[in-house]
Write a protein that binds this ligand. Structure first.
Ligand code: MG
Length: 449
């Protein structure tokens, strides 16, 4: 099992477990893994990101690799540029939605997707055995890379019917969450003919607006602004701009599952018999939607890397996570907030219905999640006890206790924070609330023993 890599790259508190010395050593390990450059380096809007980028670039150069610093970019923009501009690899400096004191490093393969779990272990092995190159006979150099955003916009626009979207002159509210999509999403919307209203648009590593992680609970300003402006919809991005949560025209915040169903229905109608990849913790309605188009659903462990890599293997058109991570395989097999936004614009451009009406057409689904603070040691205790009570459960990833197709609870440790997450689906709102509160109570009582 990986010791440094979590669900999504390596993250830590800058200056504590994520020190300059650690960044130097892990970059030497990544350089040894990539073997040759050029490597593209980019970062999110955290205060510590530019400092880390300098260490990463210098270390790559010391190891003999050329690199190009692309500066502030959303993660999906850097990932797309890695592939499109023909880099040997990329390094994204981000802790995504973690609190401000965190930062992290995410290596990207030449195919534009985060490296596989197997390759994470290769890098860890180099790190722990210090098997990196230590002769400094040939140094690399660092240049700037200024074309990532243009390439990203061209790539996204080539995947949608831009002229149809422009015709509709949509009104859109963007909650940029003080994060990295601030440099891209508004401009892309304007290029697609939208009237744009923005919230929390100033890049700020302290994420003073509503925090770095959009959740249905912290998006009231987005909801109010959508209602006040009469917008067609609203969208909120996370700190590094790969995840997106939507707000319909009535101001209702959708779960990531709900917006993914909406897009899946639209995309699968155009791509029958396609493959959809999603994690074990998303709701069961995707199987119903897929069946209508003879599409196939493949389930993976939780984590975007699992979904991305499975999409590549199965040539899937869609991948998604319940947290608002949506992937469109024809563009890139990664979560991409701006690509997802463009797909929603196209979907609305091709119908006379409002987003709220389109949601009403979906099969009813009730999913939710919550989190409980929990040390690493307690995680196994909780999972073991739940497994004792439900021995037939799926323990591929934490534990998924299934009562029937539409009623289940899944408990798993977070890969990025000292918490345990509890996910549930119910066949009604009441049953869902009952399921989640019963299990949260049960977990708390196990913790208190
Ligand atoms: Mg993110």
């Amino acid at each position: 099992m990986a010791k440094l890599f979590g669900t999504n790259g390596i993250r830590g508190v800058f200056g504590q477990d994520f020190t300059l010395e650690f960044i130097h050593d892990i970059t030497l390990s990544i350089a040894e893994y990539f073997k040759e450059g050029p490597i593209i380096v980019g970062y999110d809007g955290r205060d510590t990101s530019p400092i880390i980028a300098k260490v990463v670039c210098s270390t790559l150069n010391y190891a003999g690799l050329d690199c190009n610093n692309a500066g502030l970019n959303p993660t999906p923009c850097l990932e797309y540029a890695t592939k499109k501009l023909g880099y040997t690899g990329g390094i994204m400096i981000t802790a995504s939605h973690n609190p401000p004191q965190y930062n992290g490093i995410k290596p990207i393969a030449s195919d534009g997707v985060e490296i596989s779990r197997e390759d994470e272990l290769v890098i860890e092995d180099i790190y722990f055995t210090k098997k990196w190159k230590n002769d400094s006979s040939k140094f690399g150099s660092t240049k700037e890379e200024n074309s990532t955003i243009k390439e990203y916009f061209d790539g996204i626009k080539s995947q949608v019917d831009s002229s149809k979207i422009i015709e509709k002159k949509f009104k859109v509210v963007l909650d940029l969450g003080n994060g990295a999509q601030s440099v891209t999403a508004s401009k892309l919307c304007e290029e697609l003919g939208c009237q744009v209203f923005t919230i929390n648009e100033k890049i700020d590593g302290l994420f003073p607006g509503r925090g770095s992680e959009p959740t249905p609970e912290n998006l009231s300003e987005l909801s109010d602004t959508v209602k006040k402006t009469g917008a067609d919809f609203g969208i909120a991005f996370d700190g590094d701009g790969d995840r997106s949560l939507f707000c319909d025209n009535k101001g209702i915040i959708l779960t990531g599952d709900k917006s993914a169903l909406l897009l899946a229905k639209y995309i699968l109608e155009k791509n029958p018999k396609a493959t959809v990849v999603t994690c074990l913790n998303s709701g069961s309605s995707i199987e119903k939607i897929a069946a209508r188009s003879n599409a196939k659903v493949v389930r993976t462990k939780v984590g975007s890397v699992e979904v991305s890599r499975k999409m590549l293997l199965t040539n899937a058109v869609i991948g998604f996570e319940e947290n608002g991570g949506f992937m469109f395989g024809k563009h890139n097999q990664v979560r991409d907030g701006a690509m997802t936004m463009a797909l929603v614009l196209e979907l609305l451009a091709k119908t006379d219905k409002t987003m709220s009406e389109l949601i009403d057409d979906l099969p009813p689904s009730f999913t939710t999640k919550t989190k409980i603070s929990c040390s690493r040691d307690d995680v196994q205790k909780i999972i073991n006890k739940l497994n004792e009570d439900h021995p037939d459960s799926d323990t591929t990833d934490g534990i998924k206790i299934t009562f029937d197709e539409q009623n289940w609870v899944m408990v798993r440790p977070s890969g990025t924070e000292p918490i345990i997450r509890v996910y549930a689906e119910g066949n009604s709102k009441e049953n869902l609330e009952k399921l989640i509160s019963e299990h949260v109570q049960k977990i708390k009582s196990i913790l208190n023993r």
